[in-house]
Write a protein of this length. Structure first.
Length: 389
């Protein structure tokens, strides 16, 4: 027991009924000792009430601000709705489309102007550039747009792969390992040719017309200068191929034309292909203009098969309309193509072997203009023919 406890106990023993001044303890004083924990509880309750009141005020203030923001947003939305009330959203979209179309149209117009004025392009060149997905040609006084067939292989030539030299000869300037040789083609229209002078001018290859079928009578005719030309070219050391202008109206006539050519060239060595010339005569009554594309395609295939069976390499000559309209390209694209297109870029999208790029070439030894061609020799391609002398 501690000293403090002993002292308290002694005081209580000495004065068990009083308070040290002779008076008895009263209930009031006893109660005074019990009031201290109650005060503490009251203080805590008061603090809690005050805290709760403060939190309530804060919460009410936050709600008021939230309500104010909500009311402000509603007011702004109402203002926007009032501002745009009655506006046709579809009209806004339509106007935006028109604006975009107008900008695109201006860009196209600017590009056309640049092509025509600064680059010197023709109207046809501009149209072809605007529609690269079509083969475009003129026939019957109007333009024809034929979709490029995506199922057919493409050639590897771009517009920039060829350029005209200062001497007027087409040259290959692309990046591929492509070799080109220059070829002239002649018929009776060139008259008498001095083949020795032609050879001295550097010409090494020539395509010579064997003959043609009349578009009125249907008769097969030998070119007046065929023998002179093939003999003169061969004697001058120029390698030759031949071609025949067709007006066959069925497979039988196609084979007939091929057999005529085979017989005519049999005495000579033919290093270049044997071509069938497929063109549409200007005369609407021409026999070749009276048949369908399918019939014409079968006649051309019959010619090529017959030439191939005889050991020569067949080839098909024609312009853009020949391969886009006159023939079914899916049926004949596997044959070598001799493409006629008079410009400084390759327009034909499919595989091509030879390109006739000009009809007004000038060659010493030939008194009139002559057709100019380039024969493209791909890597590992053998330029020699398979026929024997």
């Amino acid at each position: 027991m501690s000293e403090i406890d002993t002292e308290k106990k002694g005081k209580e023993t000495k004065n068990p009924g009083g308070n040290g001044d002779g008076k008895k303890n009263t209930p009031e004083k006893k109660g005074g000792r019990r009031r201290r924990p109650l005060i503490t509880i009251c203080n805590l309750l008061g603090f809690a009430v005050i805290t709760l009141a403060i939190l309530t005020v804060v919460a009410l203030a936050g709600k008021k601000k939230s309500d104010e923001r909500a009311e402000k947003a509603e007011a702004e939305l109402a203002a926007l709705q009032e501002e745009y009330a009655g506006i046709d959203v579809e009209k806004l979209a339509y106007d935006a489309r028109l604006e975009g179309v107008a900008e695109g149209r201006q860009e196209v117009k600017d590009s056309i102007r640049i092509e025509l004025t600064e680059k010197g392009s023709s109207i046809n060149d501009v149209i072809r550039k605007l529609y690269p997905e079509y083969l475009i040609f003129m026939s019957g006084g109007g333009y024809h747009f034929v979709p490029v067939d995506e199922s057919i292989p493409r050639n590897n030539y771009s517009h920039s792969d060829f350029a005209m030299s200062d001497s007027g000869m087409m040259e290959y300037v692309g990046d591929s390992d492509v070799e080109i040789v220059h070829v002239i083609d002649v018929s009776k229209h060139q008259g008498v040719v001095d083949w020795e002078e032609v050879a001295d001018a550097g010409v090494e290859y020539a395509m010579i017309r064997v003959g043609f079928r009349g578009y009125g009578s249907g008769a097969i005719v030998t070119d007046d200068y065929f023998e002179d030309n093939i003999q003169g070219a061969r004697k001058a050391g120029i390698k030759v191929g031949v071609y025949f202008y067709t007006q066959a109206i069925d497979e039988d006539e196609g084979r007939e034309e091929a057999e005529f050519v085979i017989d005519a060239i049999s005495p000579y060595k033919i290093e270049l292909p044997v071509a069938i010339d497929v063109e549409r005569p200007d005369d609407s009554t021409a026999r070749g203009n009276q048949i369908t594309r399918e019939v014409r395609t079968e006649a051309v295939k019959a010619f090529c098969e017959c030439i191939e069976d005889a050991g020569y390499e067949p080839m098909i000559y024609g312009g853009t309309n020949t391969f886009a309209e006159m023939l079914d390209i899916k049926e004949v694209y596997s044959y070598p193509v001799w493409y006629a297109f008079y410009n400084n870029y390759m327009y034909y999208p499919y595989p091509v072997r030879m390109w006739q790029y000009s009809t007004d070439g000038s060659v010493p030894g030939i008194k009139v203009n002559v057709d100019m061609n380039v024969w493209m020799i791909e890597p590992e391609e053998d330029e020699e023919g398979t026929s024997e002398e």
